[in-house]
Write a protein that binds this ligand. Structure first.
Ligand SMILES: Cc1cc2nc3c(=O)[nH]c(=O)nc-3n(C[C@H](O)[C@H](O)[C@H](O)COP(=O)(O)OP(=O)(O)OC[C@H]3O[C@@H](n4cnc5c(N)ncnc54)[C@H](O)[C@@H]3O)c2cc1C
Length: 288
């Protein structure tokens, strides 16, 4: 398969990239790791007339500042393994990265690309929603911060406007007494997930005080399990409550079946993954 013809432009600075994206509008696309865009172009599912290569831009830093972790759009997935503060503050994030594709994909793929591509079962969009991240979108008009809950609009559809690109993703650092986990099941290791669940809890003296739960596989975008988030606070860090949470969430979701799994199977899977993810987060909270 070969892509349709396009012009290649290497942006030398952020200003240059934004000028090119503004000039090309809907005909232009940034390219970062190329792990999603290039296959889409080869299959002619994407036919940009202009590719703006953003790899020379200084957007590859992870900064911790004033209670915020700011991840530059070009940070590659494999970087998180060597950043101990991700494990310390965002355990569900680190778990999720282990599930992304294969080493080669993690070496090239970027957070800006993953977030902008918005595959419904991709891990980093789910992580952004789990932790209420803000996506920083930049254009020649300036910067705007878009809450993850507003950013992912449908499968492969985001709130980005033509001429805008993601420059960073910001995560508020959770309180010290917090824990989390991310778990998924796919047909084969490295495939996109059939369903996945991420959990982040805060706790005090053996009791959950706040919970966030994200699910991929139930809809065209990752979704938060709001009713389970309301059920868990006040519950002890115990397996029976996790089982009940999983049962309740499975009864609530309404996934579509596909060529890999039927709707009923997915419902059961989502319930069981919810239980396991909560149990793992509770074990971590208890230091087990
Ligand atoms: C075999 C295979 C298996 C994979 N498995 C998984 C998996 O299990 N889980 C998973 O999450 N992903 C998986 N991926 C996708 C991978 O994680 C990609 O790296 C990621 O989705 C996109 O990152 P990228 O930097 O390669 O983006 P690119 O491919 O360069 O770009 C993707 C899209 O985002 C746009 N874009 C890129 N950067 C920006 C930016 N800064 N601002 C605005 N738009 C931008 C591009 O125009 C394009 O539309 C897989 C890919 C392959 C080929």
């Amino acid at each position: 398969m070969r892509p349709s013809s396009f012009d290649y432009h290497r942006a030398e600075s952020l200003g240059h990239a934004l000028e090119l994206l503004a000039r090309f509008g809907e005909d232009g696309r940034p390219v970062a790791g190329g792990q999603s865009l290039v296959p889409m172009m080869n299959l002619r599912l994407a036919r940009p007339a202009h590719l703006v290569d953003i790899n020379a831009l200084p957007l590859d830093r992870i900064e911790f500042d004033d209670g915020i972790m700011r991840i530059g759009a070009l940070v590659r997935h494999e970087r998180y393994f060597s950043e101990p503060r991700i494990k310390a503050h965002f355990p569900a994030f680190l778990d999720a990265v282990h599930w992304i594709g294969h080493p080669t994909i993690r070496r090239h793929g970027s957070i800006g690309g993953s977030i902008s591509h918005a595959d419904p079962t991709a891990e980093l969009p789910a992580v952004a929603l789990l932790y209420d991240a803000a996506i920083v979108a930049t254009s020649q008009a300036g910067e705007r911060r878009i809450a993850a809950a507003d950013f992912f609009q449908s499968a492969y559809v985001t709130a980005l406007e033509p001429g805008e690109m993601v420059t960073s993703v910001e995560f508020a650092i959770p309180p010290a007494a917090s824990a989390g986990s991310f778990i998924e099941l796919g047909e084969r290791r490295g495939d996109f997930a059939t369903a996945s669940i991420g959990v982040s809890i805060t706790f005090e003296r053996g009791t959950i005080t706040k919970a966030a739960i994200v699910c991929c596989g139930a809809d065209l975008v990752p979704v938060r399990a709001r009713s389970i988030e309301a059920f868990l606070p006040g519950q002890p860090l115990n397996a029976p409550e996790a089982t009940e949470a999983g049962r309740r969430f499975a009864a609530e979701v309404d996934p579509s079946g596909d060529h890999i799994a039927g709707a009923a199977y997915k419902k059961g899977l989502i319930g069981e993954l919810t239980r396991r993810a909560i149990v793992t987060a509770c074990h971590r909270a208890l230091g087990n």
